[in-house]
Write a protein that binds this ligand. Structure first.
Ligand code: HEM
Length: 126
C-alpha cells in the first residue's frame, strides 16, 4: 500500500507541478478564492504550495528552506477561512486531482489529506 512518504517517488516533481498548476488555473476566476490570492504573484503562490506538498510527501524540503516552519494555521489567519471558503478550496483541489492524471492510490491519499487539512485551517464559522 502506498504511504504518504512514498508519493514523491511515485509521481515525481512533475506530478506535483501538474496538480498545483491545475488548482491555480481555477483560482483567478473564482469569486470566493480569486480575491484572496495575490493577483500579481500567483506564480509565487503556486510555488509555495507546490514546494510545501513536495516536502510533505517525501520529496526535497525546499519549502522549509525558503519559508521556515510551515505554521499553516498562523499563515492563514489573515484570510477569512469559513465553511464556504473551505468547501470551495476543496472543490477546486478535487477537480485538480481529477485533471492531473495521477495514479489512483496517490489521488486517494491526497484527497484525504486536503479534506482534513482544509477543515483544520478554518478560522471562522461564517
Ligand atoms: C481552506 C481553504 C484555503 C484557503 C482559502 C487558502 C488560502 C490561501 C491564501 C490566500 C494563501 C496566500 C497565497 C500565497 O501563498 O501567496 C495561502 C497560502 C498557503 N496555503 Fe492555503 N488556503 C486554504 C487551504 C490550504 C490547504 C488545505 C493547504 C495545504 C494542503 C494550504 C497550503 C498553503 C501554503 C503552503 C501556503 C503558503 C504559505 C506561505 O508560505 O506563506 N492551504 N492559502
Amino acid at each position: 500500500m502506498l504511504s504518504e512518504g512514498d508519493i514523491y517517488a511515485r509521481i515525481g516533481e512533475d506530478g506535483f507541478a501538474r496538480l498545483v498548476a491545475a488548482f491555480y488555473a481555477q483560482v483567478p476566476g473564482d469569486e470566493i478564492l480569486g480575491p484572496m490570492y495575490p493577483a500579481d504573484d500567483l506564480p509565487g503562490s503556486e510555488e509555495r504550495l507546490r514546494d510545501f506538498l513536495v516536502g510533505r510527501f517525501g520529496g526535497p524540503r525546499r519549502y522549509e528552506e525558503a519559508r521556515g516552519h510551515p505554521r499553516l494555521r498562523m499563515r492563514h489567519m489573515p484570510f477569512k477561512l469559513n465553511q464556504a471558503a473551505r468547501d470551495r478550496w476543496v472543490q477546486l483541489m478535487d477537480r485538480a486531482l481529477d485533471q492531473a492524471g495521477l495514479p489512483s492510490d496517490a489521488v486517494s491519499l491526497f484527497r484525504q489529506f486536503f479534506h482534513h487539512m482544509a477543515t483544520f485551517l478554518m478560522n471562522t464559522p461564517s
